[in-house]
Design a protein around this ligand. Structure first.
Ligand code: RP5
Length: 163
């Protein structure tokens, strides 16, 4: 497994569903686990240690509210950690965004945007990191971008037809 995806709660799953499809589309192996920085701190630490020893190269941590999961994971590995703040109801995710992005100097977390959008970008960033040592992945990323650009062009043509 190359990527470890940690969710602070199973209630975060929806946020990361599309991201898992992206990882599958790129043929990137991953391990998905639920582990909370607060409710199961020892499990979180054990998972980081075990997966790093097993060869994990990038971590994605998804958490809401007082979101410490990404920071705690980053504290225990020098592998890149990507944080996805969950946009839960009370403060629309501002709480999780600030908790994830405002890491003290020395322990970086690459913080994505809120919710599903951030989840999908986390998967793409993980693929980009892995592509540094894998030219095949870089080619797949370029093809992905080209398909996106083609969709924009097609949408423009479709809109013009409506006028
Ligand atoms: C965070 O608090 C989790 O990441 C999740 O977003 C939230 C807890 O959610 P519940 O398990 O209470 O639904 O730690």
């Amino acid at each position: 497994m190359k990527v470890v995806v940690l969710l602070g709660s199973d209630s975060d799953f929806e946020v990361i569903q599309e991201a898992l499809e992206v990882l599958k589309e790129f043929g990137v192996s991953f391990q998905l686990e639920v582990s909370s920085a607060h409710r199961s701190p020892e499990r979180t630490l054990r998972l980081v240690r075990e997966t790093e020893a097993a060869g994990a190269e990038v971590y994605i941590a998804v958490a809401g509210k007082a979101a410490h999961l990404a920071g705690v994971v980053a504290a225990h590995t020098v592998r890149p950690v990507i944080g996805v703040p969950v946009d839960s109801a009370a403060l629309s995710g501002l709480d999780a965004l600030l908790s994830t992005v405002q890491m003290p100097k020395g322990i970086p977390v690459a913080t994505m945007g809120l919710g599903k959008m951030g989840g999908t970008n986390a998967a793409l960033l993980a693929v980009e990191i892995l592509s540094l040592g894998d030219p095949g992945l870089k080619d797949k990323l370029l093809a992905y971008r080209a398909r996106m650009a083609a969709r924009v062009e097609a949408s423009s043509a479709k809109l013009r037809q409506k006028l």
